[in-house]
Design a protein around this ligand. Structure first.
Ligand code: SF4
Ligand code: SF4
Length: 433
């Protein structure tokens, strides 16, 4: 029997809080499609308890169900002792990775993600292949050990812009100095997959009278964290803390729900006696998701009417991790002429969950089908969400399940309502990396 995994021991208290009530079954998107006890929080916790007590080996079979979890936290919301199953799952994944991590994953997490030039070059080559040699691109993706063999239609849906956000911002006219500054944390997906979202975000901030200081950040660290590579996540967090702590602008905003959420959670990556903990707390206290930030400031001009039927999907990282539910809806409410329809089960995970559609394609699509049917029922022409992973997943769902809906980031939606003179009002300040 393999030794009891040390990292699971660290969450033992959490595991034993489970009273087996089963309330988590009602809201777990994965349990709802598999019907298997091993898919739900109660099952994960029981498995980890049995592993700790030496009754079950910690092997590939345990790994299978642990890596199925979306980390959406829907179970925590239903759980009487509010067990954070996602944390137990990450600890278990970390224990597994400590025993077995593929070289290619280790290389990407430890060598490529901390190096923006290498990441940019890699994404550029993949983007070129995707645009010109889709079959080769799909084959390459399938070489990655964590990519599901059933992953076939999604590569065609992956955005591959020719220019990235940082390059586009560098080409804009330099901004005039303004009294108010804000630091803009550029997420990898916004930079390299959805630069038009970042441009809309910068337009909005400038229209609101802010000078946008583009942060010299690297990946926030959430991808390695979600796979259980805590050392890589911590390394990236350290780099970002060092890059952000001395910047003048007090507020640090991000238009990627996953990045803003993870930046706020940085202190949890460091132990109480680690000097980095206090620095992480100081940086985290300055971070705002852009929807949260915009909801608390005045947009300067009258927003123009946008006559469209619109609904809103809550990304798990905003709604469940940081209770940002009201603010995006309030911002949509400021657009005149919008026919807003609340989405049934708006906070039900779409199945995107970072790279989940790649690693668990079939499950991801089954979770997505429920989301798309709910969107269809609203009759919405546009579905808005402030998370790039959700945008990619919902666009894939619209095509796969034949739902005639446009998927936009919240800032793209707001940008459509800006009067023309506001939309071109400002420039940009800095784009170091
Ligand atoms: S975090 Fe989400 S997917 Fe994971 S067990 Fe809880 S409800 Fe299920
Ligand atoms: S709801 Fe919480 S306490 Fe109840 S079975 Fe699920 S994890 Fe355990």
């Amino acid at each position: 029997m393999p030794k009891a995994p040390v990292l699971i021991e660290a969450v033992a208290d959490e595991l034993y809080k489970c009273n087996r009530c089963g309330f988590c079954q009602t809201r777990c998107p994965i349990y709802r499609v598999t019907g298997r006890e091993s898919s739900v929080a109660r099952g994960h916790l029981a498995l980890l308890q049995a592993t700790l007590e030496g009754k079950l080996p910690f092997d590939d079979e345990s790994r299978g169900s642990l890596f199925e979890c979306l980390m959406c936290r829907a179970c925590t919301a239903e759980c009487p002792p509010a067990i954070q199953t996602d944390r137990a799952v990450v600890a278990a994944r970390a224990s597994y990775l400590a025993q077995r991590q593929s070289r290619i994953q280790r290389f990407i997490f430890r060598r490529v993600l901390p190096n923006p030039a290498a990441l940019r070059a890699g994404v550029r080559i993949l983007g070129w292949l995707k645009r010109t040699r889709l079959t080769v691109f799909s084959k390459l993706l399938r070489l990655l050990p964590w990519v599901d063999r059933g992953y076939s239609e999604a590569p065609a849906m992956m955005p591959a812009p020719k220019t990235f956000l940082r390059e586009r911002l560098a080409r804009r006219e330099p901004a005039r100095a303004k009294a108010r500054q804000v630091t803009y944390f550029v997420g990898c997906a916004i930079d390299r997959a959805f630069p038009e979202v970042g441009e809309a975000s910068v337009d909005l901030l400038e229209a609101a009278g802010y000078q946008v200081m583009v942060a010299p950040n690297v990946c926030c660290g959430l991808p390695p964290y979600a796979y259980g590579d805590l050392e890589s996540a911590r390394g990236l967090a350290r780099k970002n803390i060092e890059a952000l702590r001395d910047l003048d602008a007090e507020d640090i905003v991000s238009d990627c729900a996953s990045c803003s959420s993870f930046l706020k959670d940085y202190p949890e990556l460091f132990s109480e006696d680690d000097p980095m903990r206090a620095e992480a707390e100081a940086v985290a206290s300055r971070v705002r998701d852009l929807s949260e930030f915009l909801a608390h400031i005045e947009l300067p001009d009258e927003l123009q009417p946008v006559p469209a039927v619109v609904t809103y999907h809550d990304p798990c990282h905003l709604s469940r991790y940081h209770n940002i539910i009201r603010e995006p809806r309030e911002l949509l409410g400021r657009i005149p002429g919008l026919d807003y329809r609340e989405l049934p089960e708006a906070d039900w995970c779409c199945g995107g969950a970072g790279s989940y559609a790649m690693s668990h394609h079939d499950l991801s699509m089954r979770v997505l089908e429920r989301k798309m049917e709910n969107i269809r029922a609203t009759g919405a022409e546009i579905v808005v969400t402030p998370c790039p992973a959700c945008i990619m997943q919902l666009r894939c769902g619209a095509q796969k399940f034949g739902v005639p809906v446009e998927v936009l980031h919240l800032t793209q939606m707001l940008r459509r309502a800006l009067p023309p003179r506001s939309a071109v009002a400002g420039g940009r300040a800095d784009s170091r990396e």
